[in-house]
Write a protein that binds this ligand. Structure first.
Ligand code: ATP
Ligand code: MG
Length: 583
C-alpha cells in the first residue's frame, strides 16, 4: 500500500530550546514524583513570573509572562506569580495591584485545583534569615565591617582579582553576634553587611563574596517596620524558587553571570538540610527589545514624571495598561509572544510584528463601521430634501451569520476630504467633476462640481444620484464604477472625539547607545480630532473594538467613553506605513 498513514506517535520537535530542556527533563523523570511539605504531589514543571513591584509591567514582561505561564499550561504544570519584594525603598502596593491586574488581563491565572499560587518573597523573610544564620555557622558567610568605599576598592576588576576583607576570617560566633545585632537595629545603614564567603579571586565578579544581607531602615509595603535588614535579590531569589518547588527558573540573559551564585546558594542550603533536591535550575533567554519603543522601567517612569505622556496607561506607552487602553487584545499579545518565540541571543523585534499580530487577531473579530475622519460635505442635489433611505452593510464581510447594520442616507453627507479632487491626479478614481463613484452600501453618484470659500478652499461637493443604483438591488449591476467611497449622513452622524495614535518614537532604537530617547519622540504620535461616525456607534461599550473601514482598528476608550458618547482610540491602521517587516 502506497498511502499508509504516517506514524502519529512521533512527537513534533520542540519549538524552542526551553521546551527541549523541559522535554528532556520530563523524559529523564528529573522532577517526577516530588511532593510538597503537605505531602501533596507536585507537577514536574513549575515555573514562576517574579516581578519586582517597583513599576508597571511592559511588553517585555508580557513575553516573560506568556513564556512562564504558557510552558506551565503546555506541560500540565503550574506557574506562580511571585512578587520579588525584597527592596523596600522602591516598592509599593499600587504596583502590586496593577501587576496582578495586568497578568490577569493577559489571560493567565495562578489559581489551580491545588490552590492559589500567588507568593511574596517578603513572606520568606524569617526563613531567609534563619538560612543566613546557618550559612554563618557553617562558615559560608561572614559579617564584613569595611566601609562601602573599601569594599568597592577591594572588589578588584575584570582584569584584577579582589582582595580579602580583613574581616573575612573573623570567627563565626562573632559574625553571628553582629548579624543578630544588625537585625536588632543596633547599627546604622551600611555599618556592616553580611557576605557569602566564596572566592575574592573568582573571574566571575558575582562570586567575589557577594552581599547577602544589608542594613536598611525602610518601611516595607507588607512587613512594615518589622525588619531593618533586607536580603539581596541574588540571595532571596534562588531560595524563593526552591521553597516554591520551582523546576525551571527562567530569566533574561543579564542573569547568566549570576547563575553560579544561584547554584552556590542552593547547594549550600541543600547540604545543610534546608532544601530538598532536585533543586531548581536557572535558564536564561533573550529579553524582548521592541523597535520604536522603550522597555526600561526607569525610562518609562521618566516619560510619566516629565508628563511627556498622559500617565502609565497612555495609549502610546508600551506598558500593559497602555497597550490595553490603546485597544490591544490579550490574544494579540499572546499571538505576538508565540510568533517571536524565545532565543538565547539578544535581538530587536520589529514593532510591525506586534501590530501584525493585532491585525491578524482583530480582522476576523472586529465588526465593521464607517467613520469620516476628515469631513467634507457632499450634497446630492437631486435627492429629495428631508427624505431618508435606509442602507445596510454586513457587520462582518466574511461572516454573514453576524447579520447587518443599518444607517440612513440623505441629501447631505460627510465624505473624506481626500476622496474629492477638483483636478484629478493620474490614477485618481474617486470624486471629481464628471466622474461617477459608488457611495459604499448606497447609490452611484456623478460629481457635478464644488463650492469654494473666499480663499479658494473647497467647502462642499455637488453630485446627482441614480435612484436605481442602490447596492443590493437589481439595478445596481448596471453601474460599473471604479471608485467606492464611504460616507455618513450629516443629519444622522454621531460626532465623536477620535484620538489618532501612532508610534511613540519615530526612530527604531530610540535609546540605543545610551542616547537621550526624548530626542526621538514622534510628534505625530497623538492627534485628537472630531469625527463623524455611523450612528450605531453611539452604543459602543468601553473596550469594544471596530474596524473603521478604510481607516484601521479603533476601540472605545475604556476611561473616557460615556454611555451614548464614546471616545475612540485608533489602535492601528489597516496597513503598515512604517515599512516594517512582518506586518
Ligand atoms: P528592574 O530593573 O526593576 O529589575 P525588570 O524589567 O527586570 O526591571 P522585573 O520586575 O525584575 O523587572 O522583571 C520581572 C521578570 O520579567 C524578570 O524575570 C525579567 O527577567 C522579565 N523581564 C523584564 N524585562 C523583560 C524583557 N524586556 N523581555 C523579557 N523579559 C523581561
Ligand atoms: Mg529585574
Amino acid at each position: 500500500m502506497s498511502n499508509e498513514p504516517k506514524s502519529t506517535t512521533a512527537a513534533a520537535a520542540p519549538s524552542n530550546f526551553l521546551r527541549a530542556i523541559i522535554e528532556n527533563d520530563n523524559a529523564a523523570g528529573h522532577y517526577a514524583g516530588r511532593t510538597d511539605v503537605r505531602g501533596q504531589p507536585l507537577p514536574a514543571v513549575v515555573t514562576r513570573f517574579p516581578p519586582e513591584p517597583n513599576g508597571y509591567l511592559h511588553i517585555g514582561h508580557a513575553k516573560s509572562i506568556c513564556l512562564n505561564f504558557g510552558l506551565a499550561r503546555d506541560y500540565a504544570g503550574r506557574c506562580h506569580l511571585r512578587f520579588d519584594d525584597t527592596n523596600p525603598a522602591k516598592e509599593e502596593q499600587e504596583y502590586v495591584d496593577t501587576i496582578i491586574d495586568s497578568v490577569r488581563w493577559l489571560g493567565f491565572d495562578w489559581k489551580q485545583n491545588d490552590g492559589e499560587h500567588l507568593y511574596y518573597a517578603s513572606d520568606y523573610f524569617p526563613m531567609l534569615y534563619r538560612m543566613a544564620e546557618y550559612l554563618i555557622t557553617a562558615g559560608h558567610a561572614y559579617v564584613d565591617s569595611q566601609s562601602a568605599a573599601e569594599m568597592a576598592a577591594n572588589r578588584g576588576s575584570f582584569s584584577e582579582p579582589g582582595k580579602d576583607s580583613p574581616f573575612r576570617n573573623r570567627p563565626a560566633e562573632e559574625s553571628l553576634d553582629l548579624f543578630r545585632r544588625m537585625k536588632a537595629g543596633e547599627f546604622k545603614d551600611g555599618e556592616h553587611i553580611l557576605r557569602a564567603k566564596i572566592d575574592m579571586a573568582s573571574p566571575n565578579m558575582n562570586m567575589r563574596d557577594p552581599a547577602i544581607y544589608r542594613i536598611r531602615y525602610a518601611h516595607h509595603h507588607r512587613t512594615g517596620d518589622a525588619w531593618c535588614i533586607y536580603p539581596m535579590y541574588d540571595y532571596a531569589h534562588p531560595i524563593s524558587d526552591a521553597l516554591e518547588n520551582i523546576t525551571h527558573s527562567l530569566c533574561t540573559l543579564e542573569f547568566q553571570d549570576h547563575r553560579p551564585f544561584y547554584d552556590w546558594v542552593l547547594e549550600r542550603l541543600a547540604e545543610g538540610g534546608f532544601l530538598q533536591r532536585p533543586l531548581p535550575h536557572q535558564y536564561e533567554f533573550a529579553r524582548l527589545n521592541l523597535t520604536y519603543a522603550i522597555t526600561s522601567k526607569r525610562k518609562l517612569l521618566q516619560l510619566v514624571e516629565e508628563k511627556i505622556v498622559d500617565g502609565w496607561d497612555d495609549p502610546r506607552m508600551p506598558t500593559i495598561v497602555g497597550i490595553r487602553r490603546r485597544g490591544y487584545t490579550p490574544e494579540a499579545v499572546q499571538l505576538f509572544c508565540e510568533r517571536i518565540g524565545v532565543a538565547k541571543a539578544d535581538s530587536w523585534i520589529d514593532m510591525s510584528i506586534l501590530e501584525g499580530a493585532l491585525r491578524d487577531d482583530l480582522d476576523p473579530k472586529a465588526p465593521r463601521a464607517t467613520a469620516v475622519l476628515n469631513p467634507l460635505r457632499l450634497v446630492i442635489d437631486n435627492f429629495p430634501e428631508s427624505e431618508t433611505v435606509e442602507c445596510s452593510a454586513p457587520v462582518h464581510p466574511h461572516d454573514p451569520s453576524r447579520g447587518v447594520r443599518t444607517f440612513p442616507i440623505s441629501r447631505e453627507l460627510w465624505i473624506e476630504a481626500d476622496d474629492f479632487m477638483e483636478t484629478p491626479s493620474k490614477g485618481f478614481f474617486r470624486l471629481y467633476p464628471g466622474n461617477k463613484v459608488r457611495l459604499r452600501y448606497g447609490y452611484v453618484v456623478e460629481c457635478t462640481g464644488c463650492d469654494k470659500d473666499a480663499e479658494g478652499n473647497v467647502i462642499a461637493v455637488h453630485c446627482n444620484y441614480y435612484p436605481d443604483s442602490k447596492s443590493g438591488t437589481e439595478g445596481s449591476a448596471n453601474y460599473k464604477v471604479k471608485g467606492n467611497i464611504h460616507w455618513v449622513s450629516v443629519g444622522h452622524a454621531l460626532q465623536a472625539e477620535v484620538r489618532l495614535y501612532d508610534r511613540l518614537f519615530s526612530e527604531p532604537q530610540p535609546d540605543a547607545g545610551g542616547r537621550d530617547f526624548k530626542q526621538a519622540l514622534n510628534p505625530q504620535a497623538k492627534s485628537v480630532i472630531s469625527a463623524y461616525l455611523e450612528p450605531g456607534l453611539a452604543g459602543a461599550l468601553p473596550e469594544q473594538r471596530f474596524q473603521f473601514e478604510r481607516h484601521g482598528y479603533f476601540v472605545a476608550d475604556r476611561v473616557d467613553s460615556q454611555p451614548g458618547k464614546p471616545v475612540f482610540n485608533r489602535i492601528t491602521t489597516l496597513k503598515d506605513s512604517w515599512g516594517g517587516k512582518g506586518a
